[in-house]
Ligand binder design. Structure first.
Ligand code: PBG
Length: 306
């Protein structure tokens, strides 16, 4: 009975910080069982050089952890929700999300204190299709160059002087104690976050009732509502991280408002729509917003999937 409760996670500093949050909250519920963090290497960690798209794009940071969960090598899995594909994995269920952190994207630069100060043709590092498309939509003159790696790797590359600025999730910088790098949080009215950005999801094996019951109390209902709507939107558009889609949800009393943009990769075309409804039907709001975007012609912008 003293077998530890094992939490599977990526081994990056950010992933370990997130897993530790779960471990700290779970410890009193699991006692006297100890809680242990098990860092696992994922496809996305192993192949830093390859573009995410060439790795297949779906679940490169989550599949290996889900496999360990299915194999019984770990008892739960902790993911950045934005890295977790919406396609359900048989035998695995997302049981809880922690209270959401900051959702926005941060402008990080040594040379410029505001995005608007970037001179014509400035070099901005980011590999995210969503960030690239929204940056280009606002500033077609920018030179956008690939930048991959963990948060600290990207900050080091910025400091090496190769980029005028980079864009990173505010949540990651905050969690790693790197907020001093943030020069400006980009306005969510034009830089919409990724689906699930800033949220941490916890998965269990569907059959492991004991662990599920232990994890359920960690769920934050407000965060759950918002991410359900965002993920339903993403699923209805059939996209993974290869789709230049931004989404932002806001819960105000009994009403959930979801806003989203779908862009062409070059940022020239941008469709936006907003939809709201009762907060107890988040998935319907996401699905209906997808239909509104389709009615505007989103299908032409969605990547072809084989
Ligand atoms: N794709 C990598 C990734 N996955 C989650 C975060 C940050 C935390 C979050 O947004 O939840 C990051 C880094 C980044 O995008 O800057």
């Amino acid at each position: 009975m003293t077998a530890p409760l094992r939490i599977g996670t990526r081994g990056s500093a950010l992933a370990l910080w997130q897993a530790q949050q779960v471990a700290d909250r779970l410890a009193p519920l699991a006692a006297p069982r100890p809680v242990e963090i098990v860092p696992l290497e994922t496809h996305g960690d192993r192949d830093q050089a390859a573009a995410l798209s060439s790795l297949g794009g779906f679940g490169v940071f989550t599949k290996a952890i889900q496999q360990a969960l299915l194999d019984g090598r770990v008892d739960l899995a902790v993911h950045s929700l934005k890295d977790l594909p919406t396609l359900p994995v048989p035998g695995i269920e997302c049981v809880a999300v922690l209270p959401r952190g900051p959702v926005g994207d941060a402008f990080v630069s040594v040379r410029y204190s505001r995005f608007e100060d970037l001179p014509e043709g400035a070099v901005v590092g980011t590999s995210s299709l969503r960030r690239r498309a929204q940056l280009w939509h606002r500033r077609p003159d920018l030179r956008l160059v690939d930048l991959r790696g963990n948060v600290d790797t990207r900050l080091r590359k910025l400091e090496a002087g190769q980029y005028d600025a980079i864009v990173l999730a505010e949540a990651g910088l905050t969690r790693l104690g790197r907020r001093e790098y943030i020069r400006e949080v980009l306005d969510v009215r034009w830089m919409l976050p990724a689906v699930g950005q800033g949220a941490i999801g916890i998965e269990c094996r569907s059959t492991d009732r004991a662990t599920r019951l232990m994890v359920e109390p960690l769920n934050d209902p407000a965060t759950w509502t918002c991410v359900q709507a965002e993920r339903a939107l993403l699923a209805a558009l059939g996209g993974g991280c290869l789709l230049p889609l931004g989404a932002h949800s806001r819960l105000s009393g009994p009403t959930l408002t979801l806003r989203a943009v779908v862009l062409s990769p070059d940022g020239q075309r941008c469709l936006a729509a907003t939809h709201e409804g009762p907060a107890h039907t988040p998935q319907a709001i996401g699905v209906e917003l997808a239909a509104l975007l389709r009615a505007e012609g989103a299908d032409e912008l969605l990547p072809r999937r084989s």
